[in-house]
Design a protein around this ligand. Sequence first.
Ligand code: A3P
Length: 299
Amino acid sequence: METITWPQKTRELHNHHFDSTVWNDFIFRDDDIVIATYAKSGTTWLQQIASQLIFNGIEDMEVAEMSPWIDLRVPPKEIKLPAVEQQQHRRFLKTHLPVDALVFSPKAKYIYIGRDGRDVVWSMYNHHANANEHWYHALNDTPGRVGPPIEKPPADIVEYYRDWLDKDGHPFWPFWENVRSWWAIKDLPNVHLIHFAKLKEDMPGEIKKVADFLNIEIDPAKWDAILEHCSFDYMKKHSVKSVPLGGAFWDGGSDTFINKGVNGRWKDILTKEDSERYEKMCIENLGEACANWLNTGEL
Ligand code: A3P
């Protein structure tokens, strides 16, 4: 029998958002689900999908509260970990870490969602430009921040995009290593890759794959409700339940977070050179196969 080499944590990641050490004290259960992304790639959508599958299509669940971002350094682990320890349901946790800064458990199931980096930046700009003083306070003025504070974004989204590309993920965290690290482990039995564009193209088909991966049998009587509750329109209308802190960190509240739900908004704004630079860097940093997956969703 082939033995599996499981990923090992080789470093910690700290910045205005991260405290990767929180995972060091996390006690895994056999049926835990971990939803992973770089950021702004469909995390909240997948959390909703997981909740709908686990709870068989019921409404009005406090999904954001039930599915905390473990490596976010606020609230601190003394608050966060006892709360997830008390959960009686099948847990579905969120991470934005690259694999080598995570504690990877052979017991848990990991779903990683990817999205074209240009779409990520467009989504991130909306997230950042609409953040209010509570967001800046939580990230910049609470104990435990390592490195510089996060500053206000420039007025121009193209300047933000160029900066993100030039300084690899600035002012958030490195993009390429995140995608590369998950791509490298995609064939492990407890890892499932999904792509934002594919999820938009064929949500029923992709949800079925997620259900299979999680060993959840879909109740045919609830299938329509599950699909409805994972649709963009439904999630936008009920965003208070799915967005962190009910959207308290953003001007416009949770509606700002579940923003447009479409790809390619950069197409008429970026110059050909700006876009081609991204594509070139994508291949250089990820290799042909992974770059192709990130650009198209094709495995
Ligand atoms: P946009 O900002 O491009 O609209 P994350 O949860 O990782 O932060 O990602 C947020 C992005 O996912 C936002 O993208 C949001 O609109 C989109 N999203 C959330 N739920 C969605 C859904 N049901 N259908 C399509 N997009 C969705």
